[in-house]
Write a protein that binds this ligand. Structure first.
Ligand SMILES: CC(C)(COP(=O)(O)OP(=O)(O)OC[C@H]1O[C@@H](n2cnc3c(N)ncnc32)[C@H](O)[C@@H]1OP(=O)(O)O)[C@@H](O)C(=O)NCCC(=O)NCCS
Length: 153
């Protein structure tokens, strides 16, 4: 259960979730993934994809990949009205649990737009470190990325 009494269920993402996930994606990112991008992730053997539901409605999702001793968080978003309720944390914890079950002891990486202070504060709260800047990594609009990393050793 997330804080502020929002009852949530986290489960693995499937193809029937992609339309709802794509809608949250469009609201959350300036250059969003298409539904096809999410379907592509679902076909990837290295992917770990979750959705979080509140009264049977998808309110957030996480997409990550785990390859040997490196993992990458590709997407994490929560519907605006449910933010700051611990739901992003619950999704991240679901990923940590899966990685621990796989005996993963490597590093988790992610990129965030440099202006995305919410995400950067969120990941810092979860002990991710700022590594370096990737110049002009994003488009629409062009922006630098901050690369962050958590060592799961
Ligand atoms: C980043 C995101 C997933 C966080 O999800 P969330 O459910 O709001 O996060 P939580 O409620 O679990 O937050 C946990 C902690 O992170 C930090 N945090 C989260 N949002 C923050 C914000 N806007 N400003 C400052 N700190 C923030 C706080 O320390 C918070 O704890 P607190 O609420 O007790 O102070 C959400 O803001 C989001 O969907 N953003 C748009 C998409 C996005 O940018 N994704 C990340 C791409 S790299």
């Amino acid at each position: 259960m997330a804080k502020k009494n929002i009852q949530t269920i986290i489960r693995t993402m499937d193809y029937s979730d992609v339309t709802s996930v794509g809608a949250i994606e469009k609201l959350s990112f300036p250059s969003p993934w298409t539904e096809r991008s999410f379907k592509h992730e679902l076909e990837n053997d290295y992917s770990i994809n979750y959705v979080v539901l509140h009264v049977d409605v998808i309110i957030g999702y996480l997409c990550a990949q785990e390859i040997l001793d490196e993992a990458q968080i590709l997407k994490l978003a929560v519907l605006t009205e449910y933010r700051r309720c611990g739901i992003g944390t619950a999704l991240l914890n679901a990923l940590f649990t899966a990685l621990k079950q796989h005996k993963f002891t490597g590093k988790i990486f992610l990129e965030a737009r440099l202006s995305n202070s919410s995400a950067i504060e969120f990941y810092k709260k979860h002990n991710f470190r700022c590594l370096h800047i990737r110049k002009d990594y994003y488009f629409k609009p062009v922006e630098d990325a901050l690369v962050m990393m958590l060592d799961m050793l």
